[in-house]
Design a binder for this molecule. Structure first.
Ligand SMILES: NC(=O)c1ccc[n+]([C@@H]2O[C@H](COP(=O)([O-])OP(=O)(O)OC[C@H]3O[C@@H](n4cnc5c(N)ncnc54)[C@H](OP(=O)(O)O)[C@@H]3O)[C@@H](O)[C@H]2O)c1
Length: 335
């Protein structure tokens, strides 16, 4: 029976919602926190802290001891270099896997939060399914794919899965916040696509639905799936980039002015911020590695496999999720 669950990345956007969901289901939550991690999102939820970092395998040995399940959410979505992406997303996962094999060999479930980027964008106008060959367009995606490969090292001994969310949004998120702030100022800057398409399309999931899906998979019996498999965890609704802006703007009663951003200017800004980032030793949401992701015509995936195998279906419509997110941003003064 699963009772004690360790969440890595518990201080972050997705991880803190996973902690909330585990608590709602009456499980005992252990949060892996670095010394520098903020507990801002965890203040109202009972949890025990396991001090540790993915870069320090010794700290992971003590963090994983006594756990029934681990939900590995921690990762870097932006980083200053390819090495840094790999160090967080691939080798950090490798160190956690090593700690599990050494110190928690009877773990009942290991869930790895990967990404649609580990499979790739959609180039043919359809939606990706899990069996499609990968088409990786960023070091981020490559590092997440390598993370999945590291998790497969567990597969023969511990029931483990990788879940691949697409675009995630909701309260506490600072990624989609930039888009929300732009919409709140009345602008709809549209990114170009290479190759060109009439409208860029995205799969998406509201963060509370994602957290529910992750916990459903953590608690599910070992039936109908193979250890080490990957699942897209997505809502069925596919949205265009115009729809993202329009839904945000209508949630706060704004009118938008549409502007088209040429590809050369996205490239120029990404390279400029890449240089500034490497001089300052930090990373920006727009950087050269993100170009392949930003210019792709579509990031769409099918939620059919996770529905068929686990019965999981995201409950929140895009409009409802965006409405909740914009309200939360407004209450916090973020927009
Ligand atoms: N947000 C999305 O749209 C999206 C989509 C698909 C997949 N994902 C995946 O979901 C996961 C969480 O993303 P997020 O949006 O929640 O990011 P986030 O808010 O930046 O949170 C990242 C979390 O990982 C932790 N972390 C990073 N490096 C670590 C290390 N070396 N040791 C221990 N903890 C470390 C951070 O801890 P600190 O607080 O100490 O920095 C933080 O808790 C990532 O693996 C990402 O690839 C996200």
């Amino acid at each position: 029976m699963i009772q004690n669950v360790l969440v890595t990345g518990a201080s972050g956007f997705v991880g803190s919602h996973v902690v909330d969901e585990l608590h709602r289901r009456g499980l005992r939550v252990f949060a892996l926190m670095r010394r520098s991690s903020s507990s801002e999102w965890l203040q109202s939820v009972p949890h025990e802290v396991r001090q540790g970092s993915l870069s320090d395998v010794e700290s992971l040995y003590s963090a994983v001891r006594g756990m029934d399940a681990i939900i590995h959410v921690a990762g870097a979505t932006t980083a200053p270099s390819r090495e840094s992406y790999f160090d967080h997303n691939a080798w950090g996962t490798q160190r956690l896997v090593q700690a599990v094999l050494q110190q928690a060999p009877s773990l009942q479930r290991f869930i790895h939060v990967s990404s649609l980027a580990a499979s790739g964008p959609t180039l043919n106008g359809g939606v990706r399914v899990e069996s499609d060959p990968p088409h990786l367009v960023s070091a981020y995606g490559e590092s997440k794919q390598e993370g999945e490969r590291q998790v497969q090292e567990l597969a023969s001994r511990i029931p483990c899965l990788s879940v691949r969310p697409p675009l995630v949004f909701g309260p506490r998120d600072r990624g989609v916040l930039t888009i929300a702030q732009t919409a709140a100022r009345g602008w709809m800057p549209l990114l170009p696509s290479e190759p060109p398409v009439p409208s860029k399309r995205y799969s998406q999931i509201y963060v509370e639905d994602l957290a529910q899906g992750i916990v459903d998979l953590t608690m599910s019996p070992n039936l109908g799936w193979n250890s080490g498999e990957a699942f897209f965890l997505s809502a069925p609704e596919i949205v265009t980039q115009e729809q993202i802006f329009e839904t945000m703007a209508s949630a706060i009663g704004k009118k938008l002015r549409r502007i088209r951003i040429p590809a050369w200017s996205v490239r120029g800004m990404a390279h400029g911020l890449g240089v500034i980032g490497s001089l300052r030793g930090r990373s920006y949401a727009l950087n050269p590695d993100k170009l392949g992701e930003l210019l792709a015509p579509a990031w769409t995936c099918s939620p059919e496999k996770v529905k068929r195998v686990f019965g999981f279906q995201a409950a929140t419509s895009f409009a409802e999720g965006i409405g909740k997110t914009m309200n939360w941003y407004r209450e916090r003064g973020w927009i």
